[in-house]
Write a protein that binds this ligand. Structure first.
Ligand SMILES: Cc1cc2nc3c(=O)[nH]c(=O)nc-3n(C[C@H](O)[C@H](O)[C@H](O)COP(=O)(O)OP(=O)(O)OC[C@H]3O[C@@H](n4cnc5c(N)ncnc54)[C@H](O)[C@@H]3O)c2cc1C
Length: 329
């Protein structure tokens, strides 16, 4: 085992995902604790230009698999590339974002190398020469500190938007090692031939700069349509409390909180959300929080920068219109 830390520089729509900066920040700290270097695996088609961005984030070496056959993610082909890099450098630990694809790839890869998988870590320590990640378990009822065996490489996914991003500098260009992707084309069991996006699709709640979020106060599934319409018109995302998700008004992918997603947008607008501790766990690091609630004593007002006591069905359309006007300038 070397002292190298390996991270996945995940790409979507020809750019690095926001969480890559978070991985670089934590990867750097871990590599310093271990006394090694931080390397990234960059896979895709026409992705070589992103190596400079990785250097600016403090990545010292990039394993680059730039191949038209790798344009779209596939578990088998991306796992083969990762395994090839693993065989070359025998890293101390591998970190990925706990994104949908990060969860998929990490599980397959950890199985392939007989590594020690820790999904969805929200913190980690370095003790006695080993990484000790912490992760929520049992629907967030406990936070478990995980002790890992010495004879298996840790493969840890980090929850998105929990760790601070690496500060960008105009850093040195990273060393680049080109990786020829193993030819797994003929053995692929699933092939992605293209990605069809829903017209006017919203950005993921973890990536958005503005998030409108609705709770039980939204009262019905149909009322979320108004929120989606406003969000779409200004390029925002829609989040929800668990109460709204459990009621079946909106899919779980939108849930914010301890058992949902963690978000850190510039502006989070909570509508008809009381502010339970579990909801706050997922959004209290937002830069500006605006709460709309008809109960002046609602807990959400304790974390809000701006509070509007009123009926969300009257406030939300006006608020949406004002933001739309501001963004038009
Ligand atoms: C282990 C565990 C994990 C959990 N994980 C999560 C999680 O990830 N995310 C999460 O959100 N919750 C989570 N919960 C649930 C959490 O405890 C709360 O039950 C939930 O957040 C409440 O959602 P809410 O604020 O929408 O509903 P409520 O608490 O019922 O609040 C509704 C609010 O809407 C206001 N309101 C009603 N009508 C209007 C109106 N017309 N205009 C303005 N305001 C109005 C009310 O005054 C009230 O404050 C978890 C719970 C447990 C036990």
């Amino acid at each position: 085992m070397s002292t190298e830390i390996l991270m996945w520089a995940q790409v979507r729509d020809s750019s690095l995902l926001k969480n890559v900066a978070e991985l670089a920040g934590e990867g750097k700290k871990l590599s310093q604790a271990v006394g090694g270097k931080l390397s990234a695996v960059l896979i895709g088609k026409n992705v070589a230009g992103m190596t400079k961005d990785l250097g600016d984030l403090g990545v010292q070496k990039v394993y680059l698999a730039d191949d038209p056959a790798l344009e779209h993610y596939s578990t088998e082909s991306y796992c083969s590339v990762f395994t090839k890099v693993f065989e070359k450098c025998k890293p101390f630990a591998v970190i990925m974002g706990a994104t949908f694809l990060g969860r998929d790839l990490s599980a397959r890869f950890a199985g392939r190398i007989r590594g020690a998988l820790v999904p969805d870590a929200i913190a980690w320590k370095f003790e006695n020469g080993k990484i000790k990640p912490s992760r929520p378990m049992y629907a967030g009822k406990v936070i478990a500190d995980i002790s890992l065996p010495s004879d298996a490489t840790p493969v840890v996914t980090l929850r998105v938007n929990v760790f601070p991003p690496a500060v960008k500098t105009s850093g040195a260009s990273p060393e680049i090692e080109k990786i020829v992707a193993p030819n797994v084309k003929d053995s692929l069991r699933t092939v992605c031939t293209g990605i069809v996006k829903t017209a006017g699709a919203l950005i993921d709640v973890t990536e958005a700069d503005i998030v409108f979020s609705g709770g039980r106060g939204m009262a019905a599934e149909g009322n979320f349509k108004m929120m989606f319409d406003i969000a779409k018109s200004i390029g925002a995302a829609v989040g929800a409390s668990r109460a709204a998700v459990d009621a079946g008004w909106i899919p779980h992918a939108h849930q914010v909180g301890q058992t949902g997603k963690t978000v850190t947008p510039t502006l989070y607008i909570a509508c008809g959300i009381s502010g339970s501790i579990q909801h706050l766990a997922g959004m209290s690091s937002s830069k500006i929080i605006v709460a709309v609630n008809k109960d002046p004593d609602a807990n959400i007002f304790k974390v809000a920068n701006y509070g509007i006591v009123g009926d969300l069905f009257q406030v939300l359309p006006v608020l949406g219109e004002e933001i739309r006007k501001l963004r038009a300038h």
